[in-house]
Design a protein around this ligand. Structure first.
Ligand SMILES: Cc1cc2nc3c(=O)[nH]c(=O)nc-3n(C[C@H](O)[C@H](O)[C@H](O)COP(=O)(O)OP(=O)(O)OC[C@H]3O[C@@H](n4cnc5c(N)ncnc54)[C@H](O)[C@@H]3O)c2cc1C
Length: 395
């Protein structure tokens, strides 16, 4: 007779929760609690720019997550500092950005079809005692609005008390794609950055314009904008003034947001927490932004969530038939800590003026395609970026 499967409750079905639901569904009895229905995701506001690099796409395959294979693949990273285009580095494996509204709603429906239980309700702190009694394990995947549980802050990895950037994002039609198709990164020292990202939405391929603004700088011009039309106008003017390369590719007549919810303004105060805790004598764990929240400047949040979900999966499989206690929590943290430290260190450094040795490196790379390709890989393999910033071992 088959033993009853252990019961796991995943709170939140974003990048982390979805990865875990797919990964764990065959070995455990999974319930996902999510405050938004698939339809609410679909009709709601954009949430991210969500570039998934090669290693994340491999994990999605490993866990048999939905396949977006034929869509506009990101092959390269274009780097510009000021108005000087430095180089285009080719990625070893293509990346992909699928609008989370589409990705989340599609994946939730797919999981339901595959027998995973969903409860579409917001979990409040008052609900936790009941959930703790009912489930063998709770995984807090509530994202940047979380966590619901008291995971202790890792002070050494949490240097900022305020956001280092304002994040301004719009999904647009009417921009001719760059060539080779890729993410364009433009760094304007002391003002901020622009990331131009090809992406897939329900309406088809679009171009994301993602402006990261140093607060109170001359680029800090989106304050108080609430309506789609005003946002489009402000973005058009900002691109014309600060990002001339993108401006030359804008088709004035067709430049528009893909829909009225295709823009967002937010700002993140990064905070890293130890991803496990003992509550009422039961282990609870966190995964994704609820415990590892970084500024989006290096595009690592989804990728880090995916990485940590895989580490948590491996942990729960190792402890499948033994007690889920502090030892299991510590094992999960030990598997993730090094990578979290590297992603966080690099990301925090990117919000500061680029160190001189990195600027010199970028300038030299312009003459050397193999080195340009290595820099592009920083985004897929942030350990390499961490080494270049802190161990200075690319020359
Ligand atoms: C502007 C911007 C651009 C970004 N660009 C990139 C990028 O290019 N590449 C990249 O890798 N990362 C990027 N990120 C980061 C990335 O979006 C996040 O790191 C990633 O979505 C985190 O996944 P998650 O599952 O932890 O949280 P989320 O994706 O936020 O999911 C959390 C889920 O939990 C649900 N939830 C929350 N609270 C409750 C509750 N109390 N009860 C029930 N449900 C709840 C929410 O509805 C949501 O579905 C960006 C972020 C921002 C803000």
């Amino acid at each position: 007779m088959e033993l009853l499967k252990r019961r796991i409750c995943i709170i939140g079905s974003g990048e982390a929760g979805l990865h875990l639901a797919y990964a764990l569904k065959d070995d455990f009895d999974i319930t996902v609690m999510e405050r938004k229905s698939p339809d609410q995701f679909k009709k709601g506001r954009i949430m991210s720019t969500q570039v998934h690099f090669g290693p994340t796409r491999k994990r999605e395959k490993r866990f048999k997550m939905p396949n977006w294979e034929d869509q506009p693949l990101i092959e390269s990273i274009h780097i510009t500092i000021g108005n000087e285009k430095l180089f285009v580095g080719m990625l070893q494996e293509p990346a992909l950005s699928v609008d989370q509204r589409l990705y989340y709603s599609y994946s939730i429906n797919d999981l339901i079809e595959n027998g995973v239980s969903f409860r579409f309700e917001k979990v409040d702190k008052e609900d936790l005692d009941i959930l703790l009694e009912k489930y063998d394990l709770i995984i807090d995947c509530t994202g940047k609005n979380g966590p619901l549980f008291p995971f202790p802050t890792e002070e050494s990895l949490t240097p900022f008390q305020t956001p280092q950037r304002k994040c301004i994002v719009g999904y647009f039609e009417g921009i001719k794609a760059n060539n080779p198709l890729g993410v364009s990164v433009t760094v304007l020292p002391e003002l901020g950055e622009m990331f131009e990202i090809p992406a897939l939405t329900e309406q088809g391929p679009v171009t994301i314009l993602f402006v990261m603004v140093v607060p109170k700088s001359d680029l800090d011009v989106f304050k108080g904008i609430k309506y789609a039309e005003d946002f489009t106008l402000k973005m058009r003017n900002t691109v014309q003034q600060f990002f001339p390369d993108i401006h030359t590719r804008i088709d004035e007549e067709n430049f528009a947001l893909t829909d009225d919810n295709a823009f967002l303004q937010t700002a993140i105060t990064p905070v890293i927490r130890k991803p496990y805790s003992l509550v009422k004598n039961k282990l609870v764990v966190g995964c994704g932004d609820s415990v590892f929240l970084n500024d989006p400047i290096t595009g690592q949040g989804c990728n880090l969530s995916s990485y940590c979900a895989e580490q948590l999966y491996e942990t729960l499989m190792k402890y499948k038939d033994s007690k889920w206690d502090i030892e299991a929590g510590e094992y999960y943290w030990n598997r993730t800590k090094q990578y979290v430290t590297e992603v966080t260190g690099w990301t925090n450094a990117m919000t500061k003026p680029l160190p001189n040795h990195v600027v010199q490196l970028l300038l030299q790379v312009a003459q050397d395609q193999a080195k340009a390709d290595e820099i592009a890989e920083w985004f897929a393999n942030p350990t390499k970026a961490y080494e270049a910033f802190f161990l200075n071992n690319i020359n």
